[in-house]
Design a protein around this ligand. Sequence first.
Ligand code: AHR
Ligand code: AHR
Ligand code: AHR
Length: 481
Amino acid sequence: AGPCDIYSSGGTPCVAAHSTTRALYSAFSGALYQVKRGSDGATTTISPVSAGGVANAAAQDTFCASTTCLITIIYDQSGRGNHLTQAPPGGFSGPEANGYDNLASAIGAPVTLNGAKAYGVFISPGTGYRNNAVSGTATGDASEGMYAVLDGTHYNGGCCFDYGNAETSSTDTGNGHMEAIYYGDNTVWGTGSGSGPWFMADLENGLFSGASSGQNTADPSLSYRFLTAALKGGQNVWALRGGNSASGSLSTYYNGARPSASGYNPMSKEGAIILGIGGDNSVGAQGTFYEGVMTTGYPSDATENSVQANIVAAKYATTSLTSGPALTVGSSISLRATTSGYTDRYLAHTGATVNTQVVTSASSTTLKQQASWKVRTGLGNSGCFSFESTDTSGSYLRHYNFELQVAASDGTKQFNEDATFCPHTGLNGQGNSILAWGYPTRFIRHYNNVGYAASNGGVHTFDSATSFNDDVSWVVGTSFA
Ligand code: AHR
Ligand code: AHR
Ligand code: AHR
């Protein structure tokens, strides 16, 4: 059985079921998600390898070979058509054209399930999915349940990495107009014990983990690589339950009355579905989503426990974040451009500015050092790499506003993540194309001989699709200095 078969047996069937990694019904063999590739704008759907099985990641890899791919649709497996697509602007606008949010990279969150490769949905700040024209989700004070499997190590304090029930207008229509899973270390409205991150409920104008806003120490800081977060709400009752998706059972972090502040009892749920954003399209958050559902009716603890056992049996595990020619931690390297007409140029820096420079064996020692990088274990993720400046130890290649810089480490989580890059097989067939870990739609690119973290055809000038594959492909060589 799949999670939604279990919810059905419990009398609280799924009304929405989303996953890019696997079928959530044992009989489901339809489309899990759609991807769109950068080379020609073509789309394809990815289905389970067999009914009830894991997504056919190999089909995605073939379709997306030598180009970029975005996740354009996350299909609803429940049959109700509650698909998730690129979120439109609301109270806040997204960074994409016309205020839409960004779409997620199709390769940002590779995992295995029982040994078979699949891809989750890696949400960077600015990325979001939504459905404001839903069928069958809870409205008003009606009961519902939901769960999601998330990456417990991918989070931030921005508002709001959510999955669940939100406003159909994409605007903040008041307290009690949302009921969604939240994950992160935002401290504006509420906190749990420790320094976070926490699983909380986004009930609109507040992230709650107990009967009141503010701190609820029964809600623990979490660090599971794979996190099961289960939220349910009924008439003056709601519960937060969570656990390790890879083993063990769910713990109850809260089970009790609705918040006493005005507007949360009764609730005024609207039934739209969000992923990766707040109810009003707040787009500051990051996180990773693998699978999740929403039900009609208030699921029993026993039903949720069976769903957790099903998730554990799916055996989520990590896999390599890199591909292509291997980099060696501790080595010193150069990165040569491969765009025709620029192949004598290397990734370098002039002060804080990252650029490409023509470098030869006859160049000055200063320039040779500026074009040489020390490979370090990724400051923000040990599965990827950071590049330390050869002439300025303690300074690293990072992106800021998607421009590459060389900057001194300030030791913050933000710096570490901005300074972490994941090499892949070069998109033009040469060397490596190097993803920004926190923005896996974006690669190290030269544009007008300046360095950027660029997406293929995005809104910035430096995102130009012209010559993208060449501009993001670099041959790694021994360093000049
Ligand atoms: O409740 C927290 C956030 O507040 C909601 O997600 C958003 O709609 C509002 O800004
Ligand atoms: O480069 C994109 C973002 O810009 C970085 O993650 C952040 O540090 C800055 O605001
Ligand atoms: O960075 C040099 C060139 O500048 C790139 O190849 C091109 O995309 C841009 O015009």
